[in-house]
Design a protein around this ligand. Structure first.
Ligand code: ADP
Ligand code: MG
Length: 718
């Protein structure tokens, strides 16, 4: 029984100054601020850099820095930092004060172009997968002008990339920028079949962040939550999510106060938050902004995850971003809504108004699913982690097999396209507009959102794809790097194939149509509209040759497949050295996460659970002994209980010892991959087995002496 001091009264949210339109982006050095604080020429050059990604001349950087400093000081900043995304997950920052001695007994607020553009953080302790030896421990952070600077508290944060002394990427931003450039180039070329005016294709991302809130005082007395972000034990509470009364339900007052503060802060930071609601599980919620260009959207998601934590504390909550904080109820994901759009304003994944626009739409759609088919293993690898593994395949969204759901309308169109034969299927009207018999209804195609399949990990939802397998704590960049890259590679290949046909004398539309037909045939295996959670699908997917691996350490191998290395290399997204390093970091991270969980569980069993169970057992023994002194009393029920406790504690003690031994063995392994595999196969397996016995004890041990908050408290107190 928990005796935590819980204060249910909501902390009043901070009253916003005006409406969202008054304070949106107040803390961002956005274009409006730039126009105000930079001279005309500087602004023009910086704009060009932001729009066209041209390099920023050094002398211009000085003017930008001067304007940015002025803006930051006027907005209460006293420090600045390069803000980057190392492979640890999360973000890194090291604050420096603007104030510097002026040599005349005073200080001056300094900030030069050099400090803005490039820094050399002593970053030797960030994960680097062996890229940097300690004698070359330098890393550089360099400004990414496509993501605007912002102020958190009193610190000016400058979004930067983080690279090694030798030029390799040590973060998520560098490869993401490379991947969106690759898809921009490849998609623009393909767009030129349809519209020569297209100069640029933008990759968009709209994430939906799911999370749990737990009362801070309860959280603080659950060492597993504090140290691992999830419960390593805990029996299901009698009431769970079975009534489905939480989803879209009325938001509790204390939670609402938190959400209001979070939204206010987000809007001031330029994060266009839009939607909030209760999720399926008790104490689970969701927040989603309007989609943005992928790099900016991802920075915004990283920023949001940071400020969520701060704001939750103000409301005496803790945010759990872990993918599976509670066993037996839904986990949290981060749906990545993804699309491609042209600078001429066309969504390439949305059906158009004309036949030509629709051929373009079908072209992009087919290339996407074809790419997802070829690289389904790699896409899964991009979202696999020790924490997300609890969600994937665990009978909830999504399964550990990547497939795409297109809905009956789009499926029908593809089927017709595939079945149509030769030239007779293609007609041209008076204006030479392409038409296809049997699918002439495409121009008015209205894809409705009701046609949905919640079990699909990669679903087409009318004007975008929704990659649902991404984990709630993930950096979206990883998924976006892979997705944009494989689509870029596919589009390049498509262009080569179509051009070859045109050169051989085929008409453009016919060439496109023929290549699409081949692709539709070849990638059929990836299309699945049924129940992704069913056992039949697992068997069927294996027959179709889709990747069905569920072990995280083994999934990481997909990054190093020959085709993958070549694909990333050709696109300039990752070199082989970078891929090796990343795989290394992923294995290391996996091992560490399991190691921590295993240690925490070991401590909990030996310091909490076994002593408590023994205490209760001793009380029962005492009772049974005393009962035996009085003739006629029957202690058989108590004796049975004692036996049960005995069995469970003995099992826990034995397995904890075995787990520690398995850890010792695994720790001797030098090779990171082999070590991660050992942790997966020999250590992680104990976590659930030990938990089983703890959860049984939780059910029978006296609630008065059980010191850890139970699910009914963690999930229903708000
Ligand atoms: P759901 O119904 O799946 O819960 P919403 O309709 O609220 O989701 O949208 C989820 C996210 O998808 C939002 O961030 C939204 O801005 C984004 N989104 C909508 N259209 C697109 C698009 N064309 N490209 C990328 N993201 C999009
Ligand atoms: Mg969604």
């Amino acid at each position: 029984m928990v005796d935590a001091a819980i204060n249910h009264t909501a902390v009043e949210p901070i009253a916003p100054e005006g409406r969202p339109s008054d304070y949106f982006g107040d803390k961002v050095f956005n274009r409006a601020a730039m126009r105000k604080y930079l001279d005309k020429r500087t602004y023009a050059i910086l704009s060009e850099t932001m729009d066209k990604r041209t390099p920023l001349p050094r002398e211009v950087a000085d003017s930008v820095a001067a304007g940015m400093r002025q803006w930051a000081l006027e907005h209460g900043a006293d420090h600045y930092t390069h803000w980057f995304q190392p492979l640890t997950g999360g973000t890194a920052e090291k604050h420096d004060a603007f104030a510097e001695p002026d040599g005349d007994e005073g200080v001056l607020e300094e900030f030069s172009g050099k400090l803005l553009v490039q820094q050399e953080p002593d970053a030797s302790s960030f994960p680097n997968g062996g890229i940097r030896n300690t004698f070359e421990a330098r890393g550089y952070s360099a400004w990414d002008p496509t993501s605007p600077a912002f102020i958190v508290d009193t610190t000016l944060c400058i979004p930067t990339v983080f690279i090694a002394y030798t030029g390799e990427a040590l973060d998520y931003k560098v490869p993401l920028l490379r991947a969106v450039t690759a898809v921009d180039n490849a998609a623009t070329e393909v767009c030129h079949y349809f519209d020569k005016n297209v100069q640029r294709v933008v990759s968009y991302l709209g994430w939906e962040q799911e999370y749990f809130l737990v009362d801070e005082s309860l959280w603080a007395i659950r060492p597993d939550l504090v140290l691992t972000g999830r419960t390593l034990m805990g029996h299901e509470s009698a009431k769970n999510q079975q009534l489905e009364d939480h989803y879209f339900g009325a938001i509790p007052a204390r939670v609402m106060a938190f959400m209001k503060d979070l939204e206010y802060e987000s809007l001031k930071l330029g994060i266009p938050v839009k939607t909030r609601h209760n999720e399926v599980a008790p104490n689970q919620f969701e927040l989603a902004p309007v989609y943005e260009e992928a790099n900016l959207a991802n920075d915004h998601n990283q920023l949001l995850m940071t400020i969520m934590d701060k704001i939750a504390r103000r409301h005496r909550f803790r945010v759990l971003l872990h993918e599976k904080p509670f066993k037996g109820i839904n986990g949290s994901g981060k749906h990545n809504n993804w699309s491609l759009g042209t600078d001429t304003g066309v969504n390439l994944l949305g059906p158009g108004k004309t036949a030509s626009e629709n051929l373009q739409f079908i072209t992009f759609l087919v290339n996407v699913i074809s790419a997802v088919h070829k690289y389904n293993g790699l896409l899964k690898a991009s979202i696999m982690s020790a924490t997300n593994a609890h969600r994937l395949g665990a009978n909830e969204a999504p399964p550990a097999i990547i497939s795409t759901f297109l809905g009956s309308q789009v499926s029908g169109v593809l089927d017709k396209l595939e079945a149509s034969r030769g030239d007779d299927a293609i007609r041209f009207d008076a204006k030479n507009v392409f038409k296809m018999s049997g699918i002439s209804h495409i121009p008015t195609l209205l894809l409705d959102n009701t046609d949905r399949n919640r079990t699909s990990p990669f679903a087409f939802t009318g004007n975008r794809f929704e990659f649902r397998a991404v984990g709630s704590s993930d950096n979206c960049a990883e998924a976006m790097i892979v997705l944009n890259s494989v689509v870029a590679a596919e589009l390049r290949e498509f262009k080569v194939a179509v051009d070859a046909k045109i050169e051989a004398g085929a008409k453009k539309e016919k060439a496109i149509y023929e290549v699409l037909k081949q692709k539709i045939k070849a990638c059929k295996a990836i299309r699945f509209d049924g129940n992704g959670y069913s056992d039949e699908w697992k068997a069927e997917a294996a027959r179709r040759g889709l990747d069905c691996e569920t072990s995280t350490p083994l999934m990481i191998d997909r990054y190093l497949d020959k085709d993958t290395v070549k694909m990333f290399g050709d696109l300039g997204v990752f070199s082989k050295v970078e891929l090796d390093a990343r795989a290394e970091v992923k294995w290391e991270t996996y091992t560490k996460k399991i190691q921590i969980e295993s240690r925490v569980l070991g401590d909990l069993t030996m310091n909490h659970i076994v002593p408590i169970a023994s205490k209760y057992e001793a009380m029962l023994l005492d009772k049974v002994y005393k009962m035996s002194q009085i003739p006629g009393l029957n202690a058989s029920a108590d004796i049975l209980l004692i036996k049960k406790i005995q069995d469970h504690t003995a099992a826990i003690q034995k397995m904890t010892d075995d787990m520690i031994e398995a850890r010792k063995q695994a720790n001797h392994i030098e090779d990171q991959r082999a070590k991660a595999v050992a942790y997966h196969d020999t250590v992680a397996v104990f976590l659930d087995k030990i938990r089983y016995h703890i959860d049984k004890l939780e059910e029978i041990v006296d609630d008065q002496i059980w010191p850890l908050p139970k699910y009914r408290e963690l999930l229903f107190i708000r």
